[in-house]
Design a protein around this ligand. Sequence first.
Ligand SMILES: Nc1ncnc2c1ncn2[C@@H]1O[C@H](COP(=O)(O)OP(=O)(O)OP(=O)(O)O)[C@@H](O)[C@H]1O
Ligand SMILES: [Mg+2]
Length: 251
Amino acid sequence: MNAATPQAAVQVQSVHKSFGAQHVLDGVDLQVAQGETLAILGQSGTGKSVLLKLIIGLQQPDTGSIRIHGQEVAGSDMRKMNELRQKIGFVFQSAALYDSMTVEENVAFPLKRHAQLSDADRRTRVQELLASVGMEEALGKMPDEISGGMKKRVGLARALALAPDILLFDEPTTGLDPITSAEIGELILKLQRERKVASIIVTHDVQVARMVADRLALLRDGRILITGTFEDLKNSHDAFASKFLSSAWQG
Ligand SMILES: Nc1ncnc2c1ncn2[C@@H]1O[C@H](COP(=O)(O)OP(=O)(O)OP(=O)(O)O)[C@@H](O)[C@H]1O
Ligand SMILES: [Mg+2]
């Protein structure tokens, strides 16, 4: 087996994951360099969310290797996992805000747990984070007082709190109108430009994938069927890949 490429921020090799008799991932290989954005596409139920959970260590693969900056995640102990997790921001499929906390408290939460900041410094940091996603006005609001798109932005601000160099997004634009989706896309592009994060974006939104991703990967039958630029996939001779993109893309 190849050693991890030194520059890979995330490297997944031969990962298998089953739930009972259901083989969800059946030998997944992918890698993302620092500063690169990879979009993962695939039909509902193909294991995209499972793959992200494996990368962040919320679930364990049955076999295979997952390295973050060269360090093995699969089978790591809790302490090491917590350390690695702080370098990774995770924007969940549902925004997953804490309903009983204000927007400010939601974003402050990871800082309280993992950063040694005075109350005043933490407040300032939360304000900066919310300003960076255009949500500074919502500081004192409760999650059920803001729209779905706003929740996604707050989820993004929270994921950025510990200045991660890897960001995982699970459906960052699902359920949003095209204009709000494009705004989230712009935010992701801004993060790439300003922070050179490595990102993996799981999405059904081919337009957003085209907008933000350097490469796209199509997950099918438990494996990455094809990887390439949007044009590569669209012009691919693989019937499923070209159909998948053209059915989702009317441009
Ligand atoms: N904890 C679990 N226990 C049992 N089965 C699971 C678990 N998590 C996921 N699965 C199963 O694994 C399969 C892949 O789920 P996953 O959530 O990764 O799909 P997905 O590609 O993200 O789909 P969607 O596009 O609808 O979000 C599904 O059949 C799901 O039921
Ligand atoms: Mg999913």
